[in-house]
Design a protein around this ligand. Structure first.
Ligand code: CA
Ligand code: CA
Ligand code: CA
Ligand code: CA
Ligand code: CA
Length: 365
């Protein structure tokens, strides 16, 4: 081989080698490298049954089994086909072929034909609708909606969260679209099925997705992917003037759009944390739940026994003690799931909240 050929072979081999160990979107990883608070996942779920190159997993919800906490489950959406349930060890329990499910959320204690049930709602992009499920005591999901509850939004259905009013006891589903339309649906019982009626809709004007309601305070947080987080009155008769959460935009050096999944960690007495995925730099921002939602700091989830987490869409958190997790868990979607150097399809990671609390107590960025 002449020198040019040798150089070519060397460069080709180097390129293949670098490609095999360089994970995707290194730029986004670098964008968050200044964030020094780091934790690792404790458990990961089985990967979705989709191709490793698909954006499949999206949003998790944690269902607590109050009788047998160790039998609590993680419910995750698969944008390429349905809903998946996992046990706390990450093992898949069931796969439900229900359509392209985007976001999901759940609430406990809905009165339904003389029974008290737990209910899961999910945004269904296949049918442009809200899918509703009863969560059985054994963690099995039963379809519950009386009909296809079709959205009136002009753009594709996208983000979703539930809200249980402390004022009226009513259950609601908030859903938004890629065009920033927001709908609020009230759940109603019709002929032994659950139906929903549209009680409010408003426009936010740019792409929305992540949402979470604070039932105790009667508030709903809505993330605009490329501007930050707004807080609204969650009652259907409430004002549609939002309050902007300071330091939820890219003016905060630790935030990089998109602003994605959000969840609330309750520490009691109306206090706690609002946890938000800052998707563009593979990190998570934490705000106070109370008052003006002061920004507290950010953290990343890096490689440990389990691969680190990148480009999180949805997340959920609970303060309920679970076996091995006395302070509860944070569950996040992982955009790039690796086992060693081998890329797998996407999955969800389970973190110990106690690990995150240590970072919050250090209170450093
Ligand atoms: Ca994604
Ligand atoms: Ca959610
Ligand atoms: Ca998104
Ligand atoms: Ca990963
Ligand atoms: Ca993995």
């Amino acid at each position: 081989m002449n020198r040019v050929m040798k150089l070519f072979v060397f460069l080709s081999v180097s390129f293949v080698f670098l490609n095999s160990c360089n994970r995707p979107s290194e730029g986004s990883r670098k964008a968050g490298e200044h964030i020094k608070n780091i934790v690792s996942a404790r458990v990961e779920t089985i990967a979705t049954p989709q191709s490793r190159n698909e954006d499949s997993a999206d949003d998790p919800a944690i269902w607590i089994n109050r009788q047998t906490p160790e039998k609590s489950i993680i419910i995750g959406t698969d944008k390429k086909g349905g809903m998946i349930t996992y046990d706390l060890q990450g093992k898949e329990l069931s796969y439900y072929v229900t359509g392209s499910m985007n976001n999901c959320d759940l609430r406990y204690g809905l009165q339904f034909i003389g029974d008290t049930i737990d209910i899961l709602a999910a945004s269904n992009r296949t049918y442009h609708s809200i899918s509703l499920f009863r969560i059985r005591e054994n963690g099995i999901l039963d379809t519950l909606h009386a009909r296809i509850i079709k959205s009136e939004m002009t753009d594709e259905v996208y983000g979703l969260c539930m809200y249980k009013s402390r004022q009226t006891g009513k259950f609601y589903v908030f859903m938004n679209s890629k065009a920033g339309e927001v709908e609020q649906w009230e759940l109603i019982e019709i002929e032994n099925k659950i139906d929903a009626k549209l009680v409010r809709s408003f426009l936010l004007g740019s792409q929305t997705e992540g949402m979470v309601a604070d039932d105790e305070k009667g508030l709903v947080y809505i993330g605009k992917e490329e501007t930050g987080i707004w807080k609204f009155d969650a009652e259907p008769g409430g004002s549609t003037d939002g309050e902007y959460i300071m330091q939820s935009s890219e003016e905060n050096d630790n935030i990089k759009y998109d602003v994605e999944g959000m969840a609330i960690y309750d520490t009691g007495n109306g206090n706690g944390y609002l946890v938000v995925s800052s998707q563009g730099n593979y990190s998570y921002a934490v705000y106070e739940r109370q008052g003006k939602n002061k920004y507290l700091g950010s953290f990343r989830i890096s490689d440990g026994k389990i691969d680190g987490v990148e480009e999180t869409d949805g997340l959920d958190v609970t303060n309920i003690p679970l076996p091995g997790f006395q302070k509860g868990i944070l569950v996040v979607q992982d955009g790039f799931n690796y086992d060693g150097r081998k890329k797998q399809s996407q999955n969800f990671k389970i973190l110990s909240w106690a690990d995150i609390e240590i970072l919050l107590q250090k209170n450093v960025n």
